[in-house]
Design a binder for this molecule. Structure first.
Ligand code: NAD
Length: 360
């Protein structure tokens, strides 16, 4: 298969980690008889420096013409970088919001996997961790509280702020379908998270998710209140397969799940629209503190590239090959600084990419 990939290297460690992901993708293409064609666009601080805006319309058009987008990370040091003296709509992160909107990316997937080899990084007790865990947080990305009407006004002499949490049934149905589709590729369990004891939007969420579940008889569905889910994530994370939830709850729970794994440099993510198209990026930022020093962990970006193969290109065997290569390298004791522990072999970003590519 021939696939077109738009590449956004971005800022900070972005270019270093993307180089390693491309190295692994090229090796995978060679092994499995595919060809990947890459086109670079600028986004974030590097686009501000070149064009005065964090993302140009030409760059968006290039991204739209591809089969998928691979992103490193954008942004600089928010205290010292001149990018953060600009108006909010001209700052690096505005590029990310714009590309998500322009590409219609409404479903955000964040796997939280605790690898056996990295159990030491998990802040939970051994008896809670057990054999480790592997869950996927599926978050609605373009609706709910963050996109509802908002205003601040004086009411009866008091400054009063209002945010609106609104979902229609179609917005819920399309993310729910995505959630069940993903569960079919995994352990076939969906935990739908809401606050249906209080919120109307959650009651509609629950009703529509129940309707959608009828088309997926093989998938076990449970409903969980968001406050209980926040507790269960630290009490017994092994119980989860796919957590399906709305925008704000997903924002909070996905960071909690990430923290439970303890290894930021290992966490991949994907944002999908209603076709096979998706944008794939690590969950971490541009780590300006270690940029350009060959210290960054490229594994989250490599695992994001694996998600691209699985979810946008339906290349499950190829994605498995990458995931297994990462596990093998960890099993052999190779570590970047962020996941280093006693007795392991410290390697740099480039060497980690070579090691994974060498095991495809
Ligand atoms: P960060 O995730 O960049 O870094 C947090 C800490 O984790 C740092 O100490 C960093 O060195 C370390 N770290 C992160 N990724 C690592 C990796 N792959 N390997 C080794 N260590 C790693 O978060 P931050 O410092 O709060 O933000 C830095 C910049 O990134 C800011 O401009 C922020 O806005 C931006 N950001 C971008 C994205 C994105 O591009 N999607 C996401 C989050 C933050």
């Amino acid at each position: 298969m021939n696939k077109k990939i738009t590449v956004i290297r971005g800022d900070g460690i972005g270019p270093e980690i993307v180089n390693e992901a491309i190295k692994v993708l090229d090796k995978t293409a060679e092994k499995f008889g595919h060809s990947f064609e890459y086109t670079d666009i600028l986004m974030g601080g590097c686009s501000i420096d070149a064009y005065g805006v964090p993302l140009t319309d030409e760059a968006i058009a290039t991204a739209k013409a591809a089969d998928a987008v691979l992103l490193g990370a954008i942004g600089g040091n928010t205290s010292t970088s001149p990018w953060y003296k600009l108006a909010p709509e001209l700052r690096p992160e505005a590029g990310l919001l714009k590309i998500r909107k322009e590409l219609g990316l409404f479903a955000n997937l964040r796997p939280a996997v605790l690898y056996d080899e990295l159990k030491f990084a998990c802040p939970l007790r051994d008896d809670i961790i057990g054999e480790g865990f592997d869950m996927m947080i599926m978050r609605e990305l373009t609706g709910g509280l963050y996109f509802g009407e908002r205003k601040t006004e004086t009411v009866n002499g008091l400054e009063t702020a209002v945010d609106t949490l609104s979902y229609n049934e179609n917005e819920i149905r399309r993310i729910a379908r995505r959630g069940f589709d993903i569960a079919m590729k995994r352990k076939k369990k969906v935990t739908s998270v809401d606050k249906a004891n209080v919120l109307d939007s959650s009651r509609l969420w629950r009703k529509v998710v129940n309707e959608v579940s009828k088309d997926y008889p093989e998938v076990e569905l449970e409903h969980m209140l968001v406050d209980n889910c926040a507790m269960q994530l630290v009490r017994d994370p092994k119980q989860f397969d796919v957590i399906l939830t709305e925008n704000m709850f997903g924002d909070i729970l996905s960071d909690e799940a990430a923290m439970v794994t303890g290894s930021l440099g290992m966490l991949a993510s994907a944002s999908l629209n209603d076709t096979k198209f998706g944008l794939y990026e690590p969950s971490h930022g541009s780590a300006p503190d270690i940029a350009g020093q060959n210290k960054a962990n490229p594994l989250a970006t490599i695992l994001s590239a694996s998600m691209m193969l699985r979810f946008s290109f339906d290349m499950d065997k190829e994605a498995d090959a990458i995931d297994n290569a990462v596990k093998q390298v960890l099993n052999e004791g190779y570590r970047t600084g962020d996941i280093m522990s006693e007795g392991m072999t410290l390697v740099g970003c480039k060497e980690m990419g070579d090691l994974v590519a060498g095991r495809i």
